[in-house]
Design a protein around this ligand. Structure first.
Ligand code: SAM
Ligand code: SF4
Length: 442
């Protein structure tokens, strides 16, 4: 059999990382990736359960695949990720077109499950939490990512149980990968040509392996010559420890954008969310970081119209956005997640929720526009990622993760170059490269 897998990914960066790793695993039994659904004989959907109609979106997607293969032999259909974990065998009962359901902590078993399905033609549900074995297995398979920027999961799961969040139920308890194994994967990525690593975890700054912390990892990874930039996401305000804050004063490669989700500007709402941090702690962290490195900017996630949020609470969120001048942020209306504490709380009127979301987004977008405008006429550092527009222009990112589209000649992918910005909009900076040779990777 000519094994061709088509993979579709919903959701966060960790799902993107998982998708790549799933491919690294199925390659071992001869699968090649295809971007053409029609020619695939295995279809894998890596799902996300964090908000909204996640489950319905999955069934809708499977329905589309079913329709596509109506007149042909069906592919093996696999649902992976957090919806698979939350729904498990229910999925197969509701949509018998699905053959295998596999959770985010069990995908290292995917090859066995595919082979078992092929030999027995029996549906499979594999949703055990087994992060230790999963990473043990993955440590022996090379991460094949060859892009300029790559994710690297260092920590998974969560023990914090914020009242709105499904992650502790879908990803399981907090687990930190062995320090040495992460460094080996970083080294391997660097050898593959990766120049920017984003360290990932649901609570990435809670990383703790035999007393090694995230700060130790950053300082160790930056010793790799090939790696030019380091980022991490997503962090929790409670885990912004002194060692991590101080790393911003010494690291040469850690980027100055700190993504630190605050969720709300109101202490009352934070308490009801079970966040266990207060706004004064958050501002304190911001001020300490600013002192250490004034280039630092914050981005955040906001949940708008969380149950119990009144006008005063909402205005406190707006005030915080004004104070911190967040850029590159995400905001969502609260979405009740089955099984979480807040799923039983009384919802805020839809119209009020929407009005508040619009107001917050306007503020956040204005910050973004102002930040981008302030760079017009300036030279900034850009990591060159790829050519676009049929090879006439280049694409890269600023230190703050903003997309940059620019003209240039003979640029090497993976170099950090100077780009002079001549115009901007909310999401993109436009300019011209000034330097083709600077900071060439050895
Ligand atoms: N661990 C990170 C933290 O504690 O801030 C957040 C990780 S969570 C996977 C990503 C984001 O999804 C959250 O920061 C939150 O803003 C959003 N989110 C999670 N559950 C949500 C819900 N029920 N409704 C709306 N947004 C939600
Ligand atoms: Fe979810 Fe983050 Fe809270 Fe954990 S700390 S429960 S991942 S929001």
């Amino acid at each position: 059999m000519n094994k061709k897998i088509f993979i579709k990914t919903f959701g966060c960066q960790m799902n993107e990382y998982d998708t790549n790793r799933i491919f690294d695993i199925v390659r071992e039994i001869g699968f090649v990736k295809t971007e053409n659904l029609d020619e695939s004989n295995c279809y894998l959907l890596n799902t996300c359960h964090i908000r909204d109609k996640a489950k319905e979106k999955v069934y809708h997607e499977i329905g589309r695949v079913k329709k596509n293969f109506r007149l042909r032999k069906k592919p093996i259909v696999i649902v992976a990720g957090c919806v698979a974990q939350a729904e498990n065998e229910e999925m197969i009962k509701r949509e018998p077109y699905i053959d295998i359901v596999i959770g985010p902590q069990a995908y290292h078993k995917i090859n066995d499950k595919i082979e078992e399905f092929l030999s027995k033609q029996k549906k499979i549900d594999e949703t055990e939490f087994d992060a230790i074995t999963k990473f043990g297995y993955l440590d022996n398979i090379k991460n094949s990512s060859k892009k300029i920027t790559s994710f690297l999961t260092i920590q998974e799961g969560c023990d914090k149980f914020c009242h709105f969040c499904v992650v502790p139920f879908t990803r399981g308890p907090e687990y930190s990968r062995p320090f040495k194994k992460i460094l080996e994967e970083a080294e391997n990525l660097s050898e593959n040509g990766v120049r920017e690593i984003t360290l990932l975890g649901q609570n990435v700054n809670a990383y703790n392996y035999e007393n090694y912390r995230l700060s130790d990892l950053i300082l160790e990874i930056e010793k790799l010559d090939g790696i030019k930039r380091i980022r991490y996401t997503t962090s929790h305000p409670r885990d912004m420890t002194e060692d991590l804050i101080n790393v911003y004063g010494v690291s040469k490669k850690l980027m100055p954008l700190v993504h630190l989700p605050v969720q709300s500007g109101s202490d009352k709402i934070l308490k009801s969310m079970n966040r266990k941090h207060q706004i004064s702690d958050y501002i304190n962290t911001y001020e300490k970081l600013q002192k250490i490195n004034p280039k630092i900017k914050f981005s955040s996630d906001f949940i708008i119209a969380y149950p119990g949020e009144d006008e005063k609470d909402f205005n406190e969120t707006c005030d915080l956005i004004k104070k911190i001048e967040f850029i590159n942020s995400f905001s969502f209306i609260f979405s009740p997640r089955p099984g979480t504490t807040a799923a039983n709380f009384e919802l805020i009127d839809k119209k009020i929720s929407l009005t508040r979301l619009e107001k917050v987004q306007k503020q956040l977008f204005t910050n973004q526009i102002n930040m981008n405008k302030s760079l017009e006429g300036k030279e900034i550092d850009v990591l060159v990622e790829n050519k676009i527009d049929g090879g006439t222009k280049f694409f890269g990112r600023s230190e703050y993760m903003t997309s940059v589209i620019f003209d240039g000649n003979d640029l090497d992918m993976g170099n950090i170059i100077k780009v002079k910005i001549n115009r901007s909009n909310q999401n993109t900076l436009f300019g011209k490269s000034l330097d083709n040779l600077e900071q060439r990777v050895a």
